[in-house]
Design a protein around this ligand. Structure first.
Ligand code: COA
Length: 210
């Protein structure tokens, strides 16, 4: 059951989730790649990364696109030829794409102890007060995902997770919050939604209209 879900995040934004259960060969045989993508695939060392890359092409097909409709800018940020916004993430068994009329950034992260361990390096740890150990791990992973998602939107050199990206107070049940980027003497705001897919955290940030 490779295409796990399609979900509307709002009226012009959809999430596609792929659960990677195929072999490398099955994935490779089922997509057509342009030369630049084939060349990039060859540079990826791990099979897991390659399968993530190939499964994203399967998601593109599910969304009515092909590899030929996708290109990357010099920072590695993906774009669609038709002007819609796309964001991509892959992590072990899952890959996701989000396509929207809005400017978006999304991240998928496996829940792991290490994220909680390094939390003081990337977030304000008072956000983890009064939570069980498992909830702390979930919240730290959501906050990491928020920072990755905002970073994917802004994509500017010099942005630091602990120094420039902040999340407003939220509870895990809320499944939404607001993030702030305080950078270069201005503050920008982002609506954030998040959810849990098996042992993974999905986060999507939307640039708020200025
Ligand atoms: C670019 C970055 C956001 C990718 O995130 P990741 O968790 O490693 O990987 P993900 O699977 O979630 O995302 C990978 C996808 O992001 C997209 N991407 C890559 N660079 C991007 C960029 N500059 N902007 C937006 N999207 C980008 C690509 O689509 C890529 O997948 P693909 O090349 O297979 O199409 C991440 O590597 C990064 O640089 N983060 C900032 C690191 C940082 O500041 N850390 C501070 C710690 S305190």
């Amino acid at each position: 059951m490779p295409l796990l879900t399609i979900k509307e995040l709002n009226s012009t934004t959809k999430l596609w989730v792929w659960k990677i259960s195929e072999t490398w060969d099955e994935l490779f045989q089922s997509v057509v790649l342009k030369d630049v993508s084939l060349a990039r695939l060859e540079t990826m060392k791990s099979e897991s990364h390659q399968k993530g890359f190939l499964s994203v092409r399967k998601l593109l097909i599910s969304a009515g696109y092909t590899d030929f409709d996708l290109y990357y800018d010099e920072f590695g940020k993906p774009h669609l030829n038709d002007g819609k916004h796309i964001t991509i993430s892959h992590s072990f068994e899952f890959s996701i794409i989000v396509i929207s009329d809005e400017v978006i950034g999304a991240d998928l992260e496996l829940l792991k102890e290490k994220t909680l361990k390094i939390a003081p390096r990337f977030m304000e740890i008072f956000h983890l007060e009064n939570l069980s150990h498992y909830e702390q791990m979930k919240k730290a992973t959501v906050i990491w995902g928020i920072k990755e998602s905002v970073f994917k939107i802004k994509n500017e050199p010099g942005i630091s997770f602990p120094l420039h990206i902040f999340e407003q107070q939220f509870n895990l049940e809320d499944k939404k919050t607001i993030a702030e980027l305080r950078f270069n003497n201005k503050t920008e705001y982002f609506d954030v939604v998040f959810d849990f897919i098996e042992d993974y955290v999905f986060v999507c940030a939307f640039e708020k209209n200025k």
